[in-house]
Design a protein around this ligand. Structure first.
Ligand code: SF4
Length: 196
């Protein structure tokens, strides 16, 4: 395959070179399984969607909202995604929560490569999506969108997005994985006796 230049792909020279170094040029990554069993695949996807293991990985202010999503008020544990793992090798979800600068980019790509397949990525916040407030002419150090480095499945806009927005992103990802909207409606708490 003909070697693409930075101009062809719309990426800046730094990002282009980084991608070539980590992934190679024209290399296919997700070729899918050799054997495909539809029913087993469906059940597997259902299980995967409801037991996502995110990486303990925060880059800037958006990470505070991500932490809040795991705490009691929002409690993402209700939807099977509370097991934040300290090792990339145990994760299947990377939530890119914050500004990705050029110094961090190789580390981020290494972590993504260390995650086993199947794996998913949520770009949380405007910085991760497009550089956010740093997408200005004077910027020399911020990557303008993490999707120039790794594939992104769901984008959660905001500066920062509230925990509810991250939950919406999580539901969207679950829908993308399993093909149906999860979770099922939760059983409401029974009314308290003698409550006015
Ligand atoms: S999007 Fe806003 S809140 Fe999130 S990391 Fe960037 S500047 Fe901070």
């Amino acid at each position: 395959m003909e070697k693409k230049t930075a101009k062809d792909t719309g990426l800046d020279a730094f990002t282009q070179e980084l991608r070539q170094r980590v992934y190679g040029v024209g290399e296919e990554h997700d070729k899918g399984p050799l054997l495909k069993l539809d029913m087993a695949d469906k059940i597997l996807r259902f299980c995967q969607a409801n037991s996502l293991w995110p990486m303990t990985f925060g880059l800037a202010c958006c990470a505070i909202e991500m932490m809040a999503t795991g705490m009691a008020r929002i409690d993402m544990a209700r939807y099977g995604a509370e097991v934040f793992r300290p090792s990339a090798r145990q994760c299947d979800l990377m939530i890119v929560s914050g500004t990705v600068n050029k110094k961090m980019a190789p580390a981020l790509m290494t972590l993504y490569e260390q995650m086993p397949y199947p794996k998913w990525v949520i770009a949380m916040g405007n910085c991760a999506i497009s550089g956010g407030p740093f997408a200005v002419e004077e910027n020399y150090n911020v990557i303008l969108g993490v999707d120039t480095l790794i594939p992104v499945d769901v984008y959660v806009p905001g500066c920062p997005p509230r925990p509810e927005a991250l939950m919406q992103g999580l539901f969207k990802l679950q829908e993308k994985i399993s093909g149906v909207r999860h979770p099922f409606p939760q059983t409401p708490h029974p009314p308290r006796e003698n409550s006015e």
